[in-house]
Design a protein around this ligand. Sequence first.
Ligand code: SF4
Length: 351
Amino acid sequence: MVVEPPRKVYRVGAPMIGTRYFGIVDQGTNIVEVRPTSLCPLNCIFCSVAAGPLERRRWADFIADREELAEALRAVAKLKGPGLEVHIDGMGEPAVYPELVELVSDIRGIKEVEAISMQTRLFMLSEEKIRELAEAGLDRINLSLDALEPALAKRLAGASYYDPARAAALAEFAVRNTRMDVLVSPVWLPGLNDGELPKIAKWAVEAGLGKRWPPVLIQKYLPHKRGRRPDGVRPVEWPEFWRWLRRLEKELGIRLDWRGENPFRVERRPAVPKPHRAGERVKARVIARGVFKGEYLAVPLKLSGDPLLDRSITVTSDKRLREGDEVVARIIEDEDNVYIARAELVFPQSA
Ligand code: SF4
């Protein structure tokens, strides 16, 4: 019998740039993504990052150290200049981050940050927590809500405890009782939730979402390499998606296609420096498992102490590695300063 290793949860203060598991992902614009945790209580059947307690391919999750995260973000913000939006998201559900209010407050204290937004399913928060988040400086909730019909919503979320009515009620509470805005961002899963999207769009407008930003942004389902792929969904190409959206827009009389405008005021900004390149070899120490089995989190043996220059690296290996092992790994991907490397030599930790 093969005994599965239980999933580990790491609280990490490792370099906050370089991995998709946690920290900061920069795509060279004024929108900076902050990822506080990879934990999520749901198991959405279409999850692009295969999050949630039932996923057998994951063997670790991460909770980022708040002070390290804020320090790195201050350095990134200084480099990029004023007019930034910090978007809290990640390979999990950011609302379960234990120091979320404090993190929002840290971000609010960064003078270059103009807006703070967060992607969430919301149902796990309370009215009190929403008030606290608004007072700490959260400007917008991007509500992930793919169905209002309870049985379908639970099926899509892969969890009987998921409650779409609670999420909708909390969104209404937020727009009516706080300075925050809410934008609903359902994913269209053709063949699964077609009938739900008109209901969600109408609800969003009637409930007063979109005080400052668009009330509804429907997302196209994009199958991802590591993501879960639901049965019965027919992925569509972009032209079909836009045609369908325009039809829905006409039918409902609600603006859904925001191409040609820039409601989030996205603009190019300097990207954080890239200290490593694909093809290069790095000597690194394994400090944790990675999120997916066969992946590890490593940090280079030589660190500068500067959050703009130090990187976390995801190392893949066929051999089981242990925390403390040193490796020589060849970087095979470096896109957006996210580094994936393959272990070539392993120096096991001394016992
Ligand atoms: S889609 Fe979001 S809420 Fe659903 S399992 Fe993935 S991370 Fe969690």
